[in-house]
Ligand binder design. Structure first.
Ligand code: ZN
Ligand code: ZN
Length: 149
């Protein structure tokens, strides 16, 4: 990763400002947590996100988190990836792959090699929009492969 988490959050906040959205505590908190998640699984469920906000002193109701997330997705700052029956959210600034285990729902983000495949897709696709976000690959993680052996 070339940019730090703070850079990514600040860049996202700048984009929201340009779009005319205010930088509320809830919005900033959500961006902080999404940026923080990038170092790990990459995405968070709404419940995980809400817990993370509370744990970091951002006292918001779950009913406040939902519209914030909807807006961030609408503005292309965050994106959703379904894992089983839950929806997970991640920052959409850098294109990245998502490797999702269909058995346990474990997810890994890998930013590598996405640009090339997206460029290929755009070259052959009929006017594919240059959306940030990425590619989702479903499979079975190492842990689940061992468990079923
Ligand atoms: Zn993602
Ligand atoms: Zn698994």
């Amino acid at each position: 990763m070339t940019t730090s988490k703070t850079d990514r959050v600040n860049a996202a906040v700048r984009r929201l400002r340009r779009a005319g959205l205010r930088n509320t505590a809830a919005r900033r908190g959500v961006l902080d947590q999404l940026a923080h998640a990038v170092g790990g699984r990459g995405h968070l469920t709404v419940t995980e996100l809400h817990h993370a906000l509370l744990a970091h002193g951002v006292a918001v109701e779950l009913s406040t988190v939902h519209p914030v997330l909807r807006q961030l997705v609408e503005w292309g700052t965050a994106h959703t990836v379904p894992v089983g029956r839950t929806t997970t959210l991640g920052l959409a600034d850098d294109a990245h792959h998502h490797a999702v285990c269909g058995a346990c729902g474990d997810m890994r983000q890998s930013p590598e090699a996405v640009d090339a495949s997206l460029a290929t897709a755009r070259a052959v696709g009929p006017d594919l929009p240059a959306q940030p976000g990425g590619v989702v690959v479903y499979g079975r993680c190492a842990g689940c492969r061992t468990a079923t052996r």
